[in-house]
Design a protein around this ligand. Sequence first.
Ligand code: BGC
Length: 754
Amino acid sequence: MNIKDLVSKMTLEEKAGLCSGSDFWHTKAVERLGIPAVMVSDGPHGLRKQDLNADHLGVNISIEAVCFPAACALACSFDRELIYKMGQALGNECQAEDVSVILGPGANIKRSPVCGRNFEYFSEDPYLSSQMAANHIKGVQSQNVGTSLKHFAANNQEHRRMSASSEIDERTLREIYLASFETAVKEAKPWTVMCSYNRVNGVYASENKKLLTDILRDEWGFDGFVVSDWGAVDERVEGLKAGLDLEMPSSGGFNDELIVKAVKDGSLDEKVLDRAVERILGVLDRYLENRSKNAVWDKEKDSRLAREIEGECIVLLKNDDSILPISKTEKVAFIGEFAEKPRYQGGGSSHINSFDSLSALDAVKGVCDVEYARGYDSSADVTDEKLIAEAVSLAEKSDKAVIFAGLPDSFESEGFDRSHMRMPENQNKLIAEVCKVQPNTVVVLHNGSPVEMPWVNDVKGILEVYLGGQSVGGAEIDILFGDANPCGKLAETFPKKLSDNPSYLTFPGEGDRTVYSEGIFVGYRYYDKKEMDVLFPFGHGLSYTQFEYSNLKLSADRITDNDTLKVTVDVKNIGKVSGKEIVQLYVSDRESRVIRPLKELKGFEKLSLEPGEKKTAEFILDKRSFAYYNTEISDWHVESGEFDIMVGKSSRDIVLSDTVYVESTVKLPVHYTMNTTFGDMLEDEDARVYTDRYIEIYREQMSGNDEGNEMGESTGAMIEAMLKYNPMRAMVSFSDGKISVEEIKEAIEKLNNR
Ligand code: BGC
């Protein structure tokens, strides 16, 4: 396509028309110029291609497809290659189905455990989230199909999702909420980005120039088109100016007319419209030029891949007395409806019409003879004593009981947030009753986000499978019976109770405002700093084998913030079975003038190890690994000083650590005034000549006032503290005329003009 040429041939109406969909899922064709309509479809963990009756809520039927594990599960794999592979499979499905862009992945941060869409998001940690999103995108786009990284930005609740304003300070926005998108945009270059429904600091994301243009394009180099979330457009013309290119779905021509009118009356520069059209055509071109018209997809193959992936996502939370794996000769009771009908995906726009599904009860056939009791009814939270009694009597006569539990669809979905973190009462009751008769009980959890576990001390084993996709049962059986070794690690903290969560006091906000008052202290950043006990920490996950860490090495003990640091650590499998270990690297600033978390994830590597085998995990850290976002210079900044490099099995299980000194090459600008405190000036080497003199005078002054009274230690400390907090203007009053206003003004001017 010669895009510039095409745009020059288009009429104003055709250009305005191209900036919105023709229907729910297609762009508009301009037949006269040979521009075809192309289709986009949800995502992100399967293809939701609707042929007829379109909707954005997953209500109407879509074609039969493969449901892969949802993002909540995927993130626990901490596996870049695996998620790339899933992306590749999805991209190929899109090629075969003639879908140009798949709508996802979602990279919003899990601010609260009760956000209704958490199952579609990866993590509470921006580094992990962005790495996962980047590899999803790279995988899909390797098949010449676009992605739509969503929902940009700060879309962290469903409550009033189309009007709420996320009120976030700049540093928090940068370090947490935008960082979750940033690497994915910079490294993986998504063809499209979907702006979110909400407002950010009062301005709708769909008309937020700062987000859509200044940051996304100018800072991060995004070169695709921005599409609105379905129905997210507020003021169409303002949106266009701010950088929103394509409106979806169709506005029935209404907004197209507004664009035409604005160009005609001069309130919209036609060049702005041309720019959006060029961007849309650019993506169309990438797709059309690289169509694999002969692409075919094999549902069975992709379903096997879904099973393989889920196997890497399941997290073994607890395994007392090595209750797992279960021996195939044991007498095992499978209890709970989810053994038969697992919940393996979330509700809403990501809902896949799975062509098949595999439950644990189906998958266990031929592996082990198990007996089954339904235990509860997932369609209503009503305790059915008969079902419980059956389950209890089955558990009693078995060697082990495995309870398949979790959240039913009605408990979490797109569209609403949960109001609590509890599981259905009928399931909690069932687990409690079974535990009374069967000490060897394992719970297998199917849920999109954390739950409270009142029975955590009564069961010996817990497997968190999240929403594991259509082949979930197969992956469960592989792990329960030891044909696979669990290796997932939690991508989010499981707090003990909802009120422990840092956003608890302000989620989901008042009216249309949600103030993110916990700032950067999201997830483990908060629980760690508060030294709070949690149910299961970020990064936690057990294995059927054990790993020994040794030989942590840093490539230098001193670097500048322009250098990189190589960190290596040896990990050995010292157990009896092969396994995979996710080695996590956290960085901690030992001393800082700004308020920082105790540690932040800055690297992870997954090693596959045979028994007795040792491998080296390698990490490269750069400026960003040590930096915080400095709002004075509007940039990332490293404070000179010592940083701990911590390597471990989870955020709460750091095995080895070492220290590096990082020297900043950036001098922060200083601007002194008469109200600058003396203490702040003391930290400035160049101010030494002045501060030394002031201290001398001040000391003389203070001790002279109190003759006969030796200056005690506490008085000395008090004087120093008071001196530190004196504004410069006060030096005049306390110096008995020895320091003049002019003298201070002169010093300030000299220092400011350095
Ligand atoms: C959702 C998006 C989705 C779109 C299209 C919206 O309601 O927020 O995630 O891609 O619908 O279905």
